[in-house]
Design a protein around this ligand. Structure first.
Ligand code: SF4
Length: 238
């Protein structure tokens, strides 16, 4: 199936689609993704502000649509709390909200690679706890949806609305690519969408407990991630 999808999403087709959806709403892009790929399309959800917006939008378009989250074993209690509030709000089945876990428990990782791998080699830790599990789950789908926005970081500045993700071999939808942080929060407030309580405590971007810190007002929103390293991506989006 993936070969057929890739053939149908040639560079020319993607260019046309990006032209067609330029200036259109995220909901229209999501509706296209769901119409074209459901049930082989999935939302990647880290329970950040963008992801709860997409969950809400997706649920309004197709309440049967699925999402997954990468449970690294190092998520904040506030992240699990917003997950539970969203589950209660949308009343979706547990099969629709897929918990993806690493092959190694934290203890097994420490046994094999030593303690505090995230302090010594965060790329390797992210590979084990995020990238490998992501690679596994995406094999089941023909398309995925992410909450990437272009103004989040220089590495995301060129994100297309619809892309071919050569790394994982499927179509990638970034319906919020052109949205601003303000638009995200306007949507959350307007629709009363549950969000991670840490956002109110100067955590604009939230990942694992070991690698996420609050930022000063006005700072780069992703500067609280991996503060002692040059790193600013987990390796999920390249
Ligand atoms: S964010 Fe930190 S703790 Fe989480 S997987 Fe990456 S390096 Fe490990």
């Amino acid at each position: 199936m993936r070969e057929t999808v890739q053939e149908n999403f040639s560079a020319e087709t993607l260019q046309e689609l990006n032209k067609r959806f330029a200036g259109r709403s995220p909901q229209e892009i999501l509706a296209y993704a769901l119409e074209r790929f459901f049930p082989k399309v999935v939302l990647a959800c880290s329970f950040g502000a963008e992801d709860v917006v997409l969950w809400d939008m997706m649920h309004r378009i197709n309440p049967q649509a699925s999402l997954f989250y990468l449970d690294t074993d190092f998520l904040f209690p506030e992240t699990y709390a917003v997950r539970d509030r969203l589950l209660a709000r949308y009343q979706v089945s547990t099969e629709q909200v897929i918990r993806v876990t690493p092959a190694l428990t934290p203890g097994q990782q420490a046994d094999q690679f030593g303690d505090l791998l995230w302090v010594r080699q965060p790329d390797q830790c992210c590979q084990i706890r995020k990238v490998d599990p992501l690679t596994g789950i995406l094999k089941n789908y023909a398309a995925w949806v992410t909450g990437i926005r272009r103004d989040q970081s220089p590495t995301r500045a060129t994100a297309g609305l619809i892309e071919w993700d050569a790394r994982f071999g499927l179509v990638k939808f970034n319906p919020l690519a052109t949205w601003t942080n303000e638009e995200v929060w306007t949507y959350i407030k307007t629709h009363d969408v549950p969000y991670n309580a840490l956002h109110d405590q100067h955590y604009p971007s939230i990942g694992c407990t070991h690698c996420t810190s609050p930022v000063q007002p006005g700072d780069d929103p992703r500067s609280g991630r991996w503060q002692s390293f040059e790193k600013n991506e987990c390796g999920l989006h390249q």
